[in-house]
Design a protein around this ligand. Sequence first.
Ligand SMILES: Cc1cc2nc3c(=O)[nH]c(=O)nc-3n(C[C@H](O)[C@H](O)[C@H](O)COP(=O)(O)OP(=O)(O)OC[C@H]3O[C@@H](n4cnc5c(N)ncnc54)[C@H](O)[C@@H]3O)c2cc1C
Length: 502
Amino acid sequence: MRSVEREGEIVNEIVGGVRRTKVLIVGSGGNGISAAVLLKQAGIEDFVIITKHDDFGGVWHQNTYPGCGVDGAISIYQFSYALNPEWSSLFASQAEVATYMCKVAAQYGLYEDTRFGTEMLGAEWLEDSACWSVSTTSGTYHADALVLATGFLEEPVFPNILGIDSFEGRIFHSSMWPEGYTGEGDRIAVVGTGSSSIQIVPAMQKTAQEVTVFQRTPCWIIPKNAHVFTEDERAGFRESPEILQRQRDEGFETGERMWDNAFLMKDPTESAKFEDMARKYLEEQVPDPELRRMLTPDHQFACKRPGASDTYYAALQRDNVELVPEAVVQIGAGSVRSADKREFEVDTIVLATGFLYGGHILHKVKRRDGRTVGEVQQGHPRAYKSVEVSGCPNLFLIGGAGPNGQNWNGLACGEIVGTYLVKVLQYMEEHGIRAVEVHEEAETEWKRQTDEILARGVSLAGGCVNYSQDDTGHNKAAYPGNQRQMAADLCEFEASVHHVVA
Ligand SMILES: Cc1cc2nc3c(=O)[nH]c(=O)nc-3n(C[C@H](O)[C@H](O)[C@H](O)COP(=O)(O)OP(=O)(O)OC[C@H]3O[C@@H](n4cnc5c(N)ncnc54)[C@H](O)[C@@H]3O)c2cc1C
């Protein structure tokens, strides 16, 4: 870990058992990387990244199951400041994305700023010294500003199934894949049919003796049309980076339109078009009417996160795969029982049961009044423009760490909020401000408007139920506008809605 001189003060160094830094970033996923890169580009070098992982990449470091890869086109699922001409395919694999993120981190010298294997346990604001005191598994940090880039699909959900502890075979969550496990010759139960499951099932089908897929709710699936780039195409990208930029720009416009029209339902016919496409794809891929019936969702397209796959439907129709359209209700020493009382003998259970959106990170942050944010917000999480929380000076949330921080591209928030973070820090520096804290009224009003906008969107319309809903039934995940909107909302520091401490 470097130490840096700042106005005669030693920073990023242990003083009295406490490491001191200007900015502490928690998280080494794509959004933590972008925040750090933007700070560096603005000349703010005094920061530390901590992460409980032992490398960069976040979800791409953590999720290593066979078949894991992006389900949105890689032309836009990459950093705008590091367009990569070397992707093997339009839908790159987990390993490729993880390697790319490590490479970008190395290119920007982030390894020396990062403390790996370090989990944030709690954070509290110290009024007297106007800084965050952050306790971690590797000691305490004091930071003027705390940035939480801790992800939104990070904390696995383990189902509470009767007898689960009695299982004597292998059982694991999809995000905790045993290293090197291929499923060779095994009878495998896959519980859940969300985005991870539809990647795992085709991969396991190739090696396993049997794969039984337990489905509580089917999801809409659209084809990826995964194009594999040829060496000639890659050479073209290397020679003419403007091709990559053009692909990105086109993908961006499509994503923005889709978010506005299909998700926020500014044009409901757009959502209907996607649903038609998914229905047609299902009809083409699955000739058996009974299997097709089991796979047909009864919710509107995008009410629940739609999947993208070219291989899932085909895999389900192979001889060694069975779809059971029932929940698992009991697990025995070597078997799984479905709700329709059928018993399946299995060697391995894969819990593709998803994640707790946003996790519990805000339960670890204490406000100025000593209560945690989670405690105060009572199951209705909110942050002003998804970034700032009242009662928490100099706290910045990025991506899913911030309620309502997500849009159609999980990597975009890091760049948008990172840019805002730099602006706030520069504003503070210029005006001799030590702390900024958003007014509670501004936060409440922003959340009220957000709830109203999202209630009209597809995630809540018609009584839709999904993982983005909070305890009060509101959407805690989505930003109430597209990326352009988010960037415009966060284009400057608004002194009028903040308390400032000089
Ligand atoms: C399998 C999978 C596939 C996905 N595919 C796509 C896709 O194709 N397109 C898309 O747009 N989105 C996708 N997503 C969503 C994905 O979460 C986002 O795209 C994006 O990766 C989020 O980046 P992040 O940096 O905010 O969080 P993450 O990548 O989740 O990183 C979180 C970081 O925070 C750290 N952390 C968390 N808590 C603590 C703590 N208490 N102390 C210390 N460190 C902590 C972790 O170690 C990690 O480094 C996918 C998610 C999963 C799980």
